[in-house]
Design a protein around this ligand. Structure first.
Ligand code: ATP
Length: 325
């Protein structure tokens, strides 16, 4: 099946900076795909290239199989783009705002009236039909902007940080609208610098930093790939000397890259250590058995849980360490 979004070796270079350094993406029909990365990672640049607003320095980008550089007019018919910073025309009523863009797209007046009602219902602004745009809250404006991207019924929505600056309730509302749009058959490419925000929404994500994709796939695939290097919490019984001996023993295992005291520190006679261990669960079981065989008094052995924020920091942090090394 032709992907809705495909980039191959996408590069965007500015004089001093390389904003996008070879990005490969593949987003299938009906997906909600997240581009996640810290500020300056290259998300906006990638989206602007796909939205035909910026020419890449090298590489290829396609929307529904159409090359963005060779056929931008056709691509624009198929996309709705919501930039991270946008202006709205304040002195218009909500319905007039959408009507204006409907006219720009040459939609006949009878269809425009129906379309405006449908769009306002989707973005939950039906009650604000007659309100002036300037009277809307930030969350409402963001939803109105989303309605604007839908006017010409595009197959792909490219949404650059649509939830930025919104309060928690407005973020939830935005997510619900995106889910509904997906159920209507839209494919959505959405960016954020917060992985947990996209985690439960997206069918797939690409974690981007310094213009490169560091990890991609479903959140669970990414979690899985990180599980190979787990952080284990090992709780030990004993005095300072026996804890030091256990630390030395652990450090002698070539799969252990680091041993740190756990945040909670000593709990009575029990000391917790955080052990960075490069191995799957059966190797972890093996470590536990040999540790006990060696005489260390293990009273707790578990994998430190990673939440999505930790995954994000881990992936982007690993990359920074590699760059420094
Ligand atoms: P943010 O979350 O802050 O919006 P981003 O992931 O969207 O970040 P980009 O806006 O794509 O990142 O920027 C990527 C890099 O390219 C940054 O280092 C930025 O400074 C640089 N950059 C972007 N636009 C230009 C430009 N017009 N001229 C020079 N450098 C630019």
């Amino acid at each position: 099946m032709t992907p809705v979004v495909e980039t191959r070796g996408l590069v965007k270079r500015y004089e001093e900076d390389i904003a996008v350094a070879g990005i490969d993406l593949r987003v299938g029909p009906g997906e909600i795909y997240g581009l996640v990365g810290p500020n300056g990672a290259g998300k906006t640049t990638t989206m602007r290239i796909l939205a035909t607003l910026l020419a890449p320095t090298a590489g290829e980008a396609y929307v529904t199989g159409i090359p963005v550089t060779a056929d931008p007019i056709e691509v624009r018919r198929r996309i709705g783009y919501m930039p991270d910073f946008y202006g709205v025309y304040d002195d218009l009523r909500v319905w007039e705002y959408l009507d204006f863009f409907g006219r720009c797209y040459g939609i006949p007046s009878a269809r425009r009236v129906r379309m405006i009602d449908e769009l306002l219902e989707i973005v939950a602004l039906g009650a604000k039909r007659e309100a002036y745009v300037e009277s809307l809250s930030r969350g409402m404006r963001q939803r109105l902007c989303l309605a604007h991207t839908l006017v010409h019924d595009p197959a792909l929505l490219i949404l650059d940080e649509p939830a930025s600056g919104l309060d928690p309730r407005a973020r939830v509302e935005m997510r619900e609208i995106l889910r509904e749009l997906r159920s209507m058959g839209k494919t959505i490419l959405v960016s954020s610098h917060i992985l947990p925000e996209l985690g439960e929404l997206c069918t797939g994500v690409a974690i981007i930093d310094h213009g490169r994709v560091l990890r991609s796939g479903s959140i669970s695939e990414i979690e899985q790939s990180l599980r190979a290097s787990a952080v284990l919490r090992v709780e030990l019984l004993g005095d300072a000397a026996s804890i030091a001996a256990a630390e030395t023993w652990l450090r002698n295992d070539r799969r252990v890259s680091d041993v740190l005291p756990a945040e909670a520190g000593a709990l009575g006679d029990v000391t917790a250590l955080e052990v960075s261990f490069d191995g799957p669960p059966d190797a972890q079981a093996d470590l536990l058995r040999t540790m006990i065989d060696a005489g260390h008094r293990v009273v707790g052995f578990s994998q430190a849980t990673t939440d999505l924020e930790e995954i994000f920091l881990k992936v982007t942090g690993q990359h920074t360490e590699e760059a420094v090394a």
